[in-house]
Structure formats: structure tokens, C-alpha cells
Design a protein around this ligand. Structure first.
Ligand code: NAD
Ligand code: LMR
Length: 323
């Protein structure tokens, strides 16, 4: 039997309520792998967290070995293989994700320090709590013993949204859309990029798509999709976010044939400022990734890349005391 320890923070929250069950019923790991699950939330959420534990037990999952529920980060993170940092305040109507920055920064700073002390040095960390890219930078700065490339922030929700919107536009199933990546920040400045996208392995569809649709409809719709969900649900996306975390986790463990988007630490790739968590196009194989370096950047595209880069630099300045 193989064992794998996974910690999920914000485990009494909305995303976790979907995510935990997706992971335990899913197929990220081989069938003989048993999961040692650690669920962390704050002391005030203790009762809810206990209820979540009872429901997990009631599912009688084959994949589950043990569950620990705790409000102590060191208990949750000790010797972990994977940590999913979901726990943070979500935004409500009328807010930007960056409005959460100072409320949430200390969570990622404190948890980063503890992870650095108690987790395996090979731990893989996925940052979901918003603003996810800058929170990932805070985690990275506070985990000096963990390789930078083991930390990534979630952009898969944006990539999934973009693929779904394009598939409706061209009238093809979403699984036919490949090589569609999202650059930059998980925010309204992100750049969903269809310039290299393919439908059924061909980019002929681009001849049928009007530039106005790309710039005035498609890009703003993807950029503002999070706010559109909040407008309708009164709460931020949870099931779709959990599904995207599952997809991100799955490609980290098993690799992907497609191009993927994740926030990773920059080091002057595509002339983007170093030391930001910026989403770049990636080829991911089991347990490692390579940045796709061959994409030509047009003048128009550079304007988009620079706007989202500038926003991330500003966010980094705001949290400098946590870095
Ligand atoms: P939620 O309010 O339902 O749950 C958050 C949970 O985190 C709560 O149970 C809360 O008690 C817990 N928490 C707060 N501080 C904590 C701490 N220090 N340690 C452990 N747990 C803590 O929110 P949600 O809908 O689950 O969203 C969680 C976060 O994910 C939000 O910041 C939201 O904006 C973000 N989000 C990100 C994406 C993305 O694509 N990156 C998508 C959706 C939501
Ligand atoms: C999303 O994109 O749905 C999440 O980041 C939640 C939000 O605040 O929009």
C-alpha cells in the first residue's frame, strides 16, 4: 500500500466542501494509494469541521486511510506530501480580489513558516486563497527550504472558463479545445490567450473569429467571470473552483498532454519581472514542468502581459512586510 498525506486548509469552507469529496472519490492517485487526510480550519469552525469529518466517514471511501481535523497548522502540515492552501477570506459583491490582500497575507506568511519547519522538503503546495498569486509569493518567501517550483497558484479555473466560453462560440465540445492558456494574475487583468489555441488540433477556427469578439467579449468575460458568479450566487465560486483545484492537482501528479496555466515564480521569462507568481504556459509531466518559451508576443499581447505584470508588482509592494 502506498500512502500519501494531503493537508487542506479552509476545510470547513465552501470550496473544501466540494474539493475533499472530489479528491477522495477521484482518480489522481493509483487505486492502491491510501490518503492520510489532514483538515485545518480556525477554532471557530471546529464544530462544522467535525460535521465534515462525519460526512467523509459516511462515504466509506476506499481511498481514505486516516482523517485528522485540527486547528493547529503544525499538526496539519507535519510530513505532508501535498498542501492545498484554500483557507482565506473570500470577496463579496463589489470587491476586487486584491481588496483581500492585507486581510489574508498574514495567513500565508504564518502558514509558510510552519510548512517550512514541519513538512517534507518535497511537499507540493497549491495556493487557492485570494489574491492567490500574491499569496503564493508570500508562501514562497517564507519557505526557503522548499524548492520554488514546488509552489504554484491556481489559474486552472480561468483556463477552464476560457475553454468553455470558446467551445460554445465555435459549437464544439470543450474537450476539443487545446493549447488555450491564461497569462498573469488571477484577476481582471489576466490575459486569456486564444492565439495558439486549437480546436480538434487545428487553428483554422481563428479565421472565423472576429477580433472584436476576442477583445470586447471573450477576454472581459473570462476576466470578470468570478464577479459574475458572485452576482448570481451571492457567494464566490466554490464547486467550479474545487473542480479546478482537482484538475490542477491531477496534472501536477500525472502530467498533461495539453498546455496548462499555473501561477509560478518568474525569472525573467518573456521579459516579465522576476520574483512574481505569474501564470505562464506550461508543459507538465509527472512531478515537473517546463515553461513553453516559443510563443511569439505581439505588440497587442505585450500590452496585456504588462498590465497584469504591473498589477502583480503593485500587489507585491503592498505585502512587502510579509516577504
Ligand atoms: P469560505 O469562507 O467558504 O471558506 C474559507 C474557510 O477558510 C473558512 O472555513 C475559514 O474559517 C477558513 N480559514 C480562514 N482563516 C484560516 C486559517 N488561518 N487557517 C485555516 N483556515 C482558515 O471561502 P471559500 O469559498 O472556500 O474560498 C476560500 C478562498 O478561495 C477565498 O479566498 C476565495 O476568494 C478563494 N478562491 C480562489 C479561487 C481561485 O481560482 N484562485 C477560486 C475561488 C475562490
Ligand atoms: C473566482 O474567480 O471565482 C474566485 O477567485 C472568487 C472571486 O473572488 O472571484
Amino acid at each position: 500500500m502506498n500512502k500519501c498525506s494531503i493537508a487542506i486548509t479552509g476545510a470547513a469552507g465552501n470550496i473544501a466542501y466540494s474539493l475533499i469529496f472530489r479528491i477522495l472519490s477521484g482518480s489522481i492517485f493509483m487505486p492502491d494509494t491510501k490518503i492520510d487526510l489532514r483538515l485545518l480550519d480556525i477554532p471557530d469552525a471546529k464544530k462544522i469541521l467535525h460535521g465534515v469529518k462525519l460526512e467523509i466517514e459516511d462515504c466509506a471511501f476506499n481511498s481514505l486511510d486516516t482523517i485528522t481535523v485540527t486547528d493547529k497548522p503544525d499538526v496539519a502540515f507535519t510530513d505532508c506530501d501535498y498542501i492545498l492552501l484554500v483557507g482565506a477570506k473570500p470577496r463579496s459583491k463589489g470587491m476586487q480580489r486584491s481588496d483581500l490582500i492585507l486581510d489574508n497575507a498574514h495567513i500565508f506568511c504564518d502558514q509558510g513558516k510552519i510548512i517550512n519547519k514541519v513538512s517534507k522538503k518535497s511537499v507540493k503546495i497549491i495556493v487557492v486563497g485570494n489574491p492567490a498569486n500574491t499569496n503564493a509569493l508570500i508562501v514562497c518567501s517564507n519557505t526557503p527550504d522548499i524548492p520554488n517550483e514546488n509552489i504554484s497558484s491556481l489559474m486552472r479555473l480561468d483556463q477552464n472558463r476560457a475553454k468553455s466560453i470558446l467551445s460554445s462560440k465555435v459549437g464544439q465540445h470543450v474537450s476539443c479545445v487545446t493549447k488555450l492558456v491564461v497569462w498573469g494574475n488571477h484577476s481582471t487583468t489576466q490575459y486569456p490567450d486564444i492565439s495558439h489555441a486549437q480546436i480538434n488540433n487545428s487553428n483554422n477556427f481563428l479565421d472565423t473569429i472576429d477580433e472584436h469578439w476576442i477583445h470586447d467579449d471573450f477576454i472581459p468575460r473570462v476576466q470578470k467571470r468570478g464577479a459574475e458568479i458572485i452576482e448570481h450566487r451571492g457567494l464566490s465560486s466554490a464547486a467550479s473552483a474545487a473542480s479546478a483545484v482537482y484538475d490542477h492537482f491531477n496534472v501536477l501528479v500525472n502530467g498533461s498532454d495539453d498546455w496548462e496555466s499555473m501561477g509560478i515564480l518568474t525569472s525573467n521569462n518573456y521579459s516579465i519581472t522576476s520574483n512574481l507568481f505569474y501564470s505562464l504556459p506550461l508543459k507538465i509531466s509527472k512531478n515537473s514542468f517546463d515553461i513553453i518559451e516559443s510563443i511569439e508576443v505581439s505588440e497587442k499581447m505585450r500590452t496585456y502581459l504588462s498590465a497584469t505584470e504591473k498589477e502583480l508588482i503593485d500587489e507585491r509592494d503592498t505585502v512587502k512586510e510579509f516577504l
